[in-house]
Design a protein around this ligand. Structure first.
Ligand code: NAD
Ligand code: ZN
Length: 374
């Protein structure tokens, strides 16, 4: 088992990474007489792992909790305030009090929604996050960003509210579809690019094994990724100074791609892979990243088996979305570019400046990805 700590002014919490964590009482915070723990579980996870409810309840009971479990249909639909609202009534009815515990078991959507429930029910309840997708284990579970969507955009309602701990049980990943492996792998590559050159090379060397879900590599891959996320979050927990924003490398373009292709066409981490490719190409074109390094990075990203970018999507479509991004001040689009591995720079630029670079980047992607698209 590996352990990564997130050190914040208000205290530290750990992420435990390993196999078969959930039946062990020592994985859980200590309960006490009459203290209730309610497990909110993604129904997809419950279907994939029929024994899991029982295992978790056993672990919690051994740690001193009165444990109950409730399954929810997860996915982006759950990150809707109207869908979440009845759960407050459910918690009241089950008698959950300030000293009770919520446990989120699922992917990033369930973790975001249940974290927000924990932040707001009775003005805040302790919670444990048990992420069950690779993306959630390497990214969304750590850092305390919780919330739901609004028709005007994703994640516009929420709170920064940290869990008591994170339990990344890598055995639960075994039944994930191939595209979820790729999605999580994309976020791991991002950590290599923004901060850790040896990790970038290791991930490329182990690419096929990781995309197959090789269990022997997972603990290390998840722990190294989370340690980098913890490093950035600890310095800027509320995402105000620009330090945490480095974690969004590839995301300005990636989010635009998710939006113009329709959410769900690309898995989030797949869109980030394409977004990082575009960021590398634009960095090269603007003379920020030397050509030889730019080519190597672009080639590694273009070799990944992403679904084909629909032919009708243009640079102008992406720019139209990026111009409306709420993170922009006035006219400038807030890009993060790269000078080399582990050298990310903020690069505000106008859409007129960006348009030709993005156009040629998209053309290059289509050309070089043509051989590998699925
Ligand atoms: N809070 C953050 O900092 C942060 C960061 C990145 C992404 N996110 C959010 O994460 C969400 C995406 O999360 P996701 O990619 O985990 O998707 P998800 O939660 O929608 O899960 C994907 C699918 O996998 C199924 N599933 C989950 N675990 C499984 C398992 N172990 N075995 C089999 N099937 C399983 C789910 O039922 C679901 O159908 C988005 O809403 C995004 O905004 C949040
Ligand atoms: Zn992301």
């Amino acid at each position: 088992m590996k352990r990564v700590e997130l050190n914040l002014h208000e205290g530290m919490y750990p992420a435990l990474i390993g196999q078969h964590l959930l039946t062990r009482p020592e994985s859980w915070p200590a309960g006490g007489p009459q203290r209730k723990a309610l497990v909110l579980m993604d129904a997809g996870v419950d279907a994939a792992w029929p024994e899991l409810q029982q295992d978790i309840q056993q672990g919690l009971q051994a740690a001193g909790w009165l444990a109950e479990c409730l399954c929810l249909p997860a996915g982006e639909e759950l990150k809707d305030f109207a869908r979440l609202y009845p759960l407050y009534g459910e918690l009241l009815q089950r008698g959950l009090q300030r000293r009770s515990l919520l446990v989120a078991v699922g992917g990033g959507t369930l973790g975001d929604a249940v974290g927000f429930l924990a932040a707001t029910y009775l003005r805040g309840l302790d919670w444990v996050n048990v992420p069950t997708t690779l993306l959630a284990q390497v990214d969304s579970a750590l850092g305390g960003k919780t919330g739901v969507n609004h028709p005007a955009g994703k994640n516009l309602i929420g709170a920064i509210y940290q869990p008591q701990r994170i339990l990344c049980d890598t055995t639960l990943l075994q039944q994930l579809p191939a595209r979820d492996w790729l999605s999580g792998y994309g976020e791991m590559l991002k950590y290599g690019l923004i901060h850790d050159e040896p990790l970038w090379h290791w991930l490329l060397q182990q690419r096929d094994a990781l995309l197959r879900g090789d269990a022997s590599l997972l603990e290390e891959a998840v722990a190294r990724s989370l340690a980098i996320k913890a490093h950035f979050v600890a310095q800027d927990v509320r995402d105000l100074t620009g330090i945490r924003a480095v974690l969004n490398f590839g995301h300005t373009f990636g989010h635009a791609i998710e939006q113009v292709t329709g959410y769900g066409y690309y898995r989030h981490g797949e869109a980030v892979i394409l977004g990082m490719y575009l960021a590398c190409q634009v960095s090269q074109r603007f003379g920020v990243l030397p050509g030889s390094a730019g080519e190597r990075l672009s080639q590694a990203l273009a070799a990944l088996p992403l679904p084909q970018l629909p032919a009708q999507i243009t640079a102008e479509d992406l720019l139209a979305v990026m111009r409306h991004d709420k993170k922009n001040d006035g006219e400038a689009i807030h890009c993060l570019l790269l000078r080399g591995i582990a050298e990310i720079i903020p690069y505000p630029c106008s859409s007129t400046e960006l348009a030709p670079a993005l156009k040629s980047a998209l053309a290059n992607w289509r050309q070089s990805a043509a051989a590998t698209t699925t």
